[in-house]
Design a protein around this ligand. Structure first.
Ligand code: FAD
Ligand code: DHB
Length: 391
């Protein structure tokens, strides 16, 4: 098979890239290890920055997002006895939107169907070849066990944190940075109306808790847990008790309403960056190049921001032979990547508790500052609501 752009991975980065390239008349083929059903049901992120919403809307993907997305002006930050609201709209003029990654994925899938996009699901043994030449190609085994070859002008690795693309860059040509955090998140989905109008990020001596949501009838919660946690150790009763304790703030009779839990999973937390994000005719986008701990809600937004830069860069390269934007892609994307890497690390280390009492005092001092100083609040708001595309 031959195409202009071979895209590895049908997550948000891969599908959005194929969509934006198609709008410019550039052909692509997407290959994906999982089934379409699996990819569309994977429960992950839930918060879209303003620039992500704008981009999806401009790309013609905003219809259901506009109808079902829930715009939020800000978040609550709390610690025992105190809950504070940060109003991002007042502080930065920008809002965020609650809209699950599952929904973004479905919208993208539907749009790609309408355009007749070729997506090969359930492949195995993906391998990348001849990336240093103008004729790179990808080999894989299709879901009937047949070997296949995809020739392209450009290969884009959108294959997330476990895909093969990033290690297809020779070791001598790449640099990586990483940090593993000494805790994980236990994430649960509940069939119950949210007990809050906007997200609550809670510092608590027992550990961090987050009250998020997916709709007026579905709530999403996260609890800081030890890294070796087995979900089986957390009964529904234990989860609701921990959430009520950590999210309670002892004021105004606020109460958490429990309900049936429909999903439970443990997520490890790490930061990872690989640079450069281009090697010859291979480009990396999204989690294939960088991973952030989820506390700042940046992972999905960062994948979209990469693609927003990469699509015009590939358009210039493939339609006009202009290599400038493609050569600048890595450095341009990495400015935002490192900003979000810092913000996610900062939110994570400010909110997750450790056994160190000195650290706890520093965290509380930082929380008091971002909730009482306009400069502190604005810094958090600007990063959370998201920097403009092209930052
Ligand atoms: P992905 O969505 O990971 O897509 C990559 C795709 O490549 C996958 O479909 C994968 O199956 C495919 N693939 C992998 N290997 C191959 C191969 N060899 N050949 C072909 N295809 C391949 N972010 C938040 O902001 N908040 C959250 O709460 C949150 N929760 C998360 C929970 C989990 C379990 C994970 C893994 C991530 C979470 N994230 C969260 C991060 C966010 O979901 C990601 O940043 C986002 O999905 C990145 O999109 P992507 O397209 O780059 O990668
Ligand atoms: C969600 C996940 C996050 O990591 C976050 O910071 C906020 C919300 C969510 O899944 O809803």
């Amino acid at each position: 098979m031959r195409t202009q752009v071979a895209i590895i991975g049908a997550g948000p980065a891969g599908l959005l890239l194929s969509h934006l390239l198609d709008a410019q008349g550039i052909e692509s083929v997407v290959i994906e290890t999982r089934s379409r059903e699996y990819v569309e049901a994977r429960i992950r992120a839930g918060i879209l920055e303003q620039s992500t919403v704008d981009l999806l809307t401009e790309a013609g993907l905003g219809e259901r997002l506009a109808a079902e997305g829930d715009p939020h002006r800000g978040i609550y930050l709390q610690w025992p006895e105190e809950r504070h609201h940060l109003d991002f709209v007042e502080l930065t003029g920008r809002a965020v939107t609650v809209y699950g990654q599952t929904e973004v994925q479905k919208d993208l899938g539907k749009a790609r169907d309408a355009a007749g996009q070729q997506i090969v699901y359930e492949v195995s043994e993906t391998a990348l070849h001849d990336l240093g030449t103008d004729r790179p190609y990808v080999t894989y085994t299709d879901n009937n066990g047949r070997p296949a070859r995809l020739d392209a002008e450009v290969v884009v690795g959108c294959d997330g944190s476990f895909g093969p693309s990033r290690s297809a860059v020779p070791e001598a040509a790449r640099q990586t940075w990483q940090r593993a955090y000494p805790y994980s998140w236990l994430g649960v989905l509940a069939d119950v109306a949210p007990s809050t109008d906007e997200l609550i990020y809670a510092w608590h001596p027992d550990g961090f808790a987050l009250h998020s949501m997916r709709s007026s009838t579905v709530s999403r919660f996260y609890l800081q847990v030890p890294t070796d946690t087995d979900v089986a150790q957390w009964s529904d009763e234990r989860i609701w008790e921990a959430l009520a304790t950590r999210l309670g703030h002892g004021q105004n009779g606020w109460q958490l309403t429990p309900g049936p839990l429909t999903d439970k999973s443990v997520l490890p937390m790490r930061s990872f960056v690989q640079q450069p994000m281009r090697h010859g005719r291979l480009f990396l986008a999204g989690d294939a190049a960088h991973i952030v701990p989820p506390t700042g809600a940046k992972g999905l937004n960062l994948a979209v921001a990469d693609v927003a830069l990469l699509a015009p860069a590939l358009t210039a390269l493939l339609l006009k032979g202009d290599r400038g934007p493609a050569e600048a892609y890595s450095a341009d994307a990495l400015r935002r990547v490192w900003r979000c890497t810092h913000f996610s690390w900062w939110m994570t280390t400010m909110l997750h508790t450790s056994a160190d009492p000195f650290e706890a005092q520093l965290q509380l001092s930082q929380l008091r500052w971002v909730t009482s100083s306009e400069a502190g609040a604005r810094g958090l708001a600007e990063n959370y609501a998201g920097l403009p595309i092209g930052f």
